[in-house]
Design a protein around this ligand. Structure first.
Ligand SMILES: [Zn+2]
Length: 421
């Protein structure tokens, strides 16, 4: 890397001042000044010109399977790519996250630009990608092979122009974003690997040009009811685990949720019993509770716990067999809710980037890697990688590459803008 030529004249030259940290009154970097910088323009041009390469990467990454908990092979590909593109201190942390640094003139502020390695598709899924004109088809092609490819495109464009940012950018390919991965990669990142060292966080997740600043929190449970079980006729009178399960589901189905902060509940799976003429010894259900805010999620969780306990007590009472039915509530997912204010510097910067590139701004809520930094009050947003994705989480997933370079440019300019002081 070399220093931007005009940075030396920063104190006299307004166009250089943005890179040296001059900020608009709202706390976001002055994008107009930043865009006048020749190396910034050159980097954006490189990102656009490099889009065919970015799409090749997207396919290449996607054809290496990476189910949650089995991301190592795809992680190795990213590790090699980071090293080839000259990132420093390329490493794999305890969870399997792959990290590489692009040092600024100072260690801080540190921006983390990330995308997730894992997919929802189990081992054995055919991950070959087919291409039909502008359309790519393959499991995970948008979510999140697109994010990985855009992250790498940003590294490549900055390398081509040798643009020096004041702050440091750490690129991270995370593990465990999907499903029961339960954000384990990003949790590791913020509790240990980079604890206390991240000032701003951007996750590139999926496709499109959206901007997520609200992290939907979720709690997931597997609840198992157990009893002695017996013959349906001979042992009639025993409390029934499926009876308790039914009572619990009826209570949950009657929950009222707040109107202002979207809060939801779902019993998604049930099971139990062995035959129609046996009182079952076991029944279970899997439940998903969500909210855009922490307090309603905690309130919903408390109600849920009470409903289960009451259902067990009622079933035992009904058959006058106290404590016959027992219950285990196993928490299988915990994604804290959080948000980054629409008025925060990171969101204002993102809006300014959109304006500068002539792109519309659509704010949304979602459950992504950003939930963890948001819950820790570290400025964080999630953005799409451009293009148009259809059918995320389905084996028929597709990605339309038409104008997908816009997503690459957006991520790159945002990274440059957030690596300012
Ligand atoms: Zn994703």
């Amino acid at each position: 890397m070399k220093t931007i030529p005009w940075a030396a004249a920063a104190l006299m030259c307004t166009s250089a001042a943005a890179v040296m940290g001059l900020r608009a009154q709202d706390g976001s970097p002055n994008l107009a000044d930043l865009l006048k910088a020749p190396l910034v323009r050159a980097s954006l041009d490189a990102a656009r010109a490099g889009e065919p390469r970015t799409i090749e990467d997207q396919i290449r990454f996607c054809e290496v399977p990476a189910p949650s908990f089995k991301e190592a092979a795809r992680g190795e590909l990213l590790r090699q790519t980071f090293a080839q593109l000259g990132l420093r201190n390329v490493r794999v942390d305890k969870a399997g996250n792959v990290l590489g640094d692009r040092p600024g003139t100072a260690a801080r502020p540190r921006l983390v630009l990330s995308a997730h390695l894992d997919t929802v598709f189990p081992e054995g899924t055919d991950v070959r990608v087919t291409r039909d004109g502008a359309i790519l088809r393959g499991p995970g092609i948008g979510d999140d092979c697109r994010g990985l490819a855009v992250m790498v495109a940003a590294i490549r464009a900055l390398r081509q122009t040798n643009l020096q940012t004041p702050g440091t950018i750490t690129f991270v390919a995370t593990v465990g974003e999907e499903g029961l991965g339960d954000l384990r990669g990003v949790k590791q990142l913020f509790t240990e690997t980079l604890a206390g060292e991240v000032d701003r966080f951007v996750s590139i997740d999926g496709s499109g040009l959206g901007l997520t600043h609200i992290g939907v929190g979720s709690l997931r449970y597997r609840v198992t009811f157990k009893g002695p079980g017996g013959h349906s006729f001979a042992a009639f009178g025993l409390a029934n685990p499926i009876g308790a399960l039914g009572r619990a589901i009826a209570k949950i189905a009657d929950f009222q949720v707040p109107g202002e902060a979207k809060t939801t509940f779902n019993v998604g799976r049930v099971g139990g019993g062995t035959s129609v003429n046996s009182i079952p010894s076991e029944a279970w259900m899997e439940v998903d509770l969500r909210s855009v805010a922490p307090a309603p999620l905690a309130a919903l969780d408390a109600r849920f716990q009470k409903a289960i306990d009451a259902a067990v007590a009622e079933e035992n009472e009904r058959w006058r067999s106290p404590r016959t039915i027992t219950v285990v509530k196993e928490r299988v997912g915990d994604r804290p809710a959080g948000s980054t204010s629409g008025d925060s510097p990171i969101v204002r910067t993102a809006r300014a980037v959109h304006r500068a590139l002539g792109l519309p701004v659509t704010l949304s809520e979602s459950s992504t890697d950003s939930n963890i930094p948001m819950s820790l009050h570290i400025p964080a947003i999630t953005i799409g990688g451009g293009g148009r994705g259809v059918g995320a989480h389905a084996p028929s997933e597709s990605f339309d590459t038409t104008d997908s370079w816009q997503g690459t440019q957006r991520a790159l300019l945002l990274a440059i803008a957030l690596a300012q002081r």
